[in-house]
Design a protein around this ligand. Structure first.
Ligand code: GDP
Length: 140
């Protein structure tokens, strides 16, 4: 598999509990390189735009409210098959269903406050990376 990039977000439940370093260690141990990273407070409009694909889902407003409840860390991860690799390291959306040793199994609070976001396809990764980062902010 070729090296690729994916967009990761460490969510407010994790930044609140000071878990940024512990989560980053999981990425690095899995061979994912953090080639861009910044901590920011999303506005409601920004969170709604990022999650626009979910706007018809019943939990959309809850999700947006959660994502603006504290700072997030947006990052670009790079590595062999980075999109799929990151999804493996993250674990299932619902931590109760996530495999042992995954970030969500070990750190998530519940199905909404589940500590991390990761792009679900290379196409979405490109769009999501461009949402947060300009080219000059991403190193090799
Ligand atoms: P992901 O790709 O594993 O992050 O999952 P989805 O794309 O399906 O959902 C996006 C995000 O919405 C999840 O990471 C959760 O934070 C949240 N979410 C998903 N399902 C639910 C749900 O049933 N209830 C609530 N409150 N939030 C959910």
């Amino acid at each position: 598999m070729a090296a690729e990039r994916t967009l990761s977000i460490i969510k407010p439940d994790a930044t609140r509990r000071n878990l940024t370093g512990a989560i980053n260690q999981r990425f690095e141990e899995a061979g994912l390189r953090i080639v861009a990273q910044k901590r920011l407070q999303l506005t409601r409009a920004q969170a709604e735009a990022f999650y626009a694909v979910h706007r018809e889902r019943p939990f959309f407003q809850d999700l947006v409210g959660f994502m603006i409840s504290g700072p997030v860390v947006a990052q670009v991860l790079e590595g062999e098959g980075a999109v799929a690799r990151n999804r493996e390291v993250m674990g299932a959306t619902d931590p109760a269903k996530a495999d042992a040793g995954t970030i969500r199994k070990d750190f998530a609070e519940n199905i909404e406050a589940n500590s991390v976001h990761g792009s679900d396809s290379p196409e979405n990764a490109a769009t999501e990376i461009a949402f947060f980062f300009s080219q000059i902010e991403i190193t090799g």
